[in-house]
Ligand binder design. Structure first.
Ligand SMILES: Nc1ncnc2c1ncn2[C@@H]1O[C@H](COP(=O)(O)OP(=O)(O)OP(=O)(O)O)[C@@H](O)[C@H]1O
Ligand SMILES: Nc1ncnc2c1ncn2[C@@H]1O[C@H](COP(=O)(O)OP(=O)(O)OP(=O)(O)O)[C@@H](O)[C@H]1O
Length: 530
């Protein structure tokens, strides 16, 4: 048996965990410790059990779920089972993968005050603490906003603010930057670094794309598909010594450690189709929520078979624009046509057959109790025979690696699995246009590559693809990038020219893709030489 580290903060001793309804254990005889002030990254394929582990570490599982466990977890030498209810939550703060699930109040201020109340902070101290933490996460002007009205990235920042107010000793972050714009992502990582240094806390981060985290990481743990720790060490040893193992597991390798051939799992861009008729035509469109203008004077066309990315900072209006194009929201001014008919005049059933929309939060899409029912729901509505829908469902389950989840409840899937299911449900028919709100977040290298290949082949068959994404490496592969900034479209053209517009990138809180960053670095060093 391995020896316990001297005075670890958290000590996981031969710990196993499984869900009652699943055939095999998710976590298998884990044995590791987390040290005080240490920053650890946990990586692993989608569905390998990372979120389940996080929830076991802070004692939420197995108590709050139908699960079984064996072995022990100790916090500062005391078995976590022996802590009073709520006691451990003050010491181990967790930001969930889906921040929405952690809020209990309506407004930002009430949510943060509620956390402070639980910590028994005097009401007179609260305003200052709240304004301090909001400023730390870059959300100063959001105090009185309703949480449900915030954009995905804004919610993620509030979830972090709430946990920071707890002043935990161990901070667990489950894919905390998945919805953040590129600059907020870097700022967030810097913020974690500052907090870590100031408060001397331990940080445990679950992420798929990790290159930006490496600077502040002491140690990396790799969870394998069989639920065991398959590697444990610093970045250099993990990504050099375990290179082939990580690739086999389908895990993203940080770009600085991978060779150029497989540096990012995106297939070579196929040329856009020649036929260029417009599917969506937006003219002089403006939209506001209550009195707040969100989009103004938008003119935009999306053509058959085109691959378009919509980018911009958190809250810029990207999801709103998708909801307007799909007819879920109606503009107060201007027109949005699908083919040559206003989108709101289309028969709902016909429109849903021709348009697919993958929401930012996959859970908002689920309406049935099993993965199989979810996949076949649209097929049944369209009168498919049992044999037809069985065949189609079997193909989709295989294509999206969801075979083992056929009878699982969609809400019990891992983050990446939920996302894959939400994409698969849009593919019962081949739509004319597919809208994706951040389709790749939560995916590992292998599932991202497969998703992108699938999207590319749909596009080859004429389906237009519209992506909202914060991933600039993906934007680098599209036909056209659209930048939203201060309610307007500030750029509409090929990504290559966008990367040259440094001012706009800065204003819109974007970053060039890794390929361009490397070129800039090489250029800089050349400048130094001269
Ligand atoms: N409440 C639950 N009931 C049954 N099975 C579950 C439940 N929650 C998760 N699972 C299953 O356990 C496995 C591990 O899920 P988990 O969310 O821990 O994975 P993950 O590594 O965090 O994945 P991702 O990177 O996709 O977020 C998945 O196959 C998932 O379907
Ligand atoms: N129902 C609503 N009522 C009021 N304001 C709203 C509502 N829904 C969204 N908003 C606001 O509209 C703005 C645009 O939101 P949207 O979700 O479109 O942004 P986004 O660009 O997709 O952001 P992110 O990258 O964070 O997902 C945000 O400031 C958001 O707070």
């Amino acid at each position: 048996m391995k020896k316990m580290q001297p005075n670890p903060l958290l000590y996981v001793d031969n710990f196993s965990f499984g869900y009652e309804n699943s055939e095999k254990l998710i976590l298998n005889e884990l044995h590791f410790s987390l040290r005080v002030h240490e920053t650890t990254l946990l990586i692993g394929a989608s569905g390998s059990g990372k979120s389940s582990l996080a929830l076991c570490l802070n004692g939420l599982y197995p108590d709050t779920v139908e699960g079984i466990s064996s072995g022990d977890i100790f916090y500062r030498g005391k078995n976590i089972q022996d802590f009073q209810k709520g006691e451990l939550n003050q010491k181990i703060g967790i930001v969930f993968q889906e921040p929405e699930s952690q809020f209990c109040m309506i407004t930002v201020e009430d949510e943060l005050a509620f956390t402070l109340e639980n910590r028994k902070v005097a009401p007179s101290e609260m305003p200052e603490r709240i304004s301090e933490v909001l400023s730390a996460v870059g959300m100063n002007d959001c105090q009185n906003r309703k949480i449900y009205e915030l954009s995905g990235g804004q919610k993620q920042k509030i979830a972090l603010a709430a946990v920071l107010l707890l002043e935990p000793e161990l901070l667990i972050l489950d894919e905390p930057t998945a919805n953040l714009d590129p600059v907020s992502r870097i700022e967030f990582i810097q913020l974690i670094k500052q907090i870590q240094e100031k408060q001397k806390l331990a940080v445990f981060i679950i992420e798929h794309q990790i290159e930006d985290w490496l600077d502040i990481t002491d140690r990396i743990l790799v969870l394998g598909k069989q639920g065991t720790i398959i590697a444990d060490g610093n970045a250099a040893s993990i990504f050099v010594d375990y290179y082939f193992l990580l690739k086999k597991e389908g895990i993203f390798l940080p770009k600085q450690f991978s060779n150029t051939v497989d540096s990012y799992p995106i297939p070579v861009k196929s040329p856009p189709p020649v036929k260029r008729d417009a599917l969506i035509t937006i003219e002089k469109m403006s939209f506001h929520h209550k009195k707040q203008p969100i989009l103004q004077e938008i003119n935009l066309k999306i053509h058959r078979g085109e691959f378009v990315a919509i980018v911009g900072e958190n809250g810029a209006g990207k999801s709103t624009l998708l909801q307007l194009m799909t007819g879920l929201l109606t503009p107060q001014k201007g027109t949005i046509n699908f083919y040559d008919k206003p989108v709101e005049k289309w028969d709902e059933k016909e429109l849903r057959k021709r348009m697919g929309y993958v929401f930012q939060n996959p859970e908002h899409q689920f309406i049935t109790d099993t993965v199989y029912d979810e996949l076949t729901f649209g097929m049944k509505l369209n009168g498919w025979s049992t044999a037809e829908l069985n065949t189609a469902a079997t193909t989709l389950l295989k294509q999206f690696h969801l075979e083992k989840n056929k009878y699982s409840n969609p809400f019990s899937l891992s983050g990446g699995e939920k996302r894959r299911l939400s994409v698969a449900t849009m593919l019962d028919e081949t739509p004319d246009i597919l809208f994706f709100d951040e389709p790749t977040f939560g995916q590992d290298a292998e599932t991202t590559r497969e998703l992108m290949c699938m999207i590319d082949s749909l596009r080859q068959n004429g389906t237009a693809i519209v992506f909202v994404t914060h991933d600039m490496d993906i934007v680098d592969t599209v036909d056209r990038a659209i930048v939203l900034y201060q309610q307007h479209i500030h750029y509409n053209g090929e990504p290559e020219s966008l990367w040259k517009q440094a001012d706009l990138l800065e204003k819109a809180r974007l970053r060039p893709p890794y390929r361009i960053q490397v070129l800039h670095k090489e250029g800089e060093s050349l400048d130094l030489v001269h």
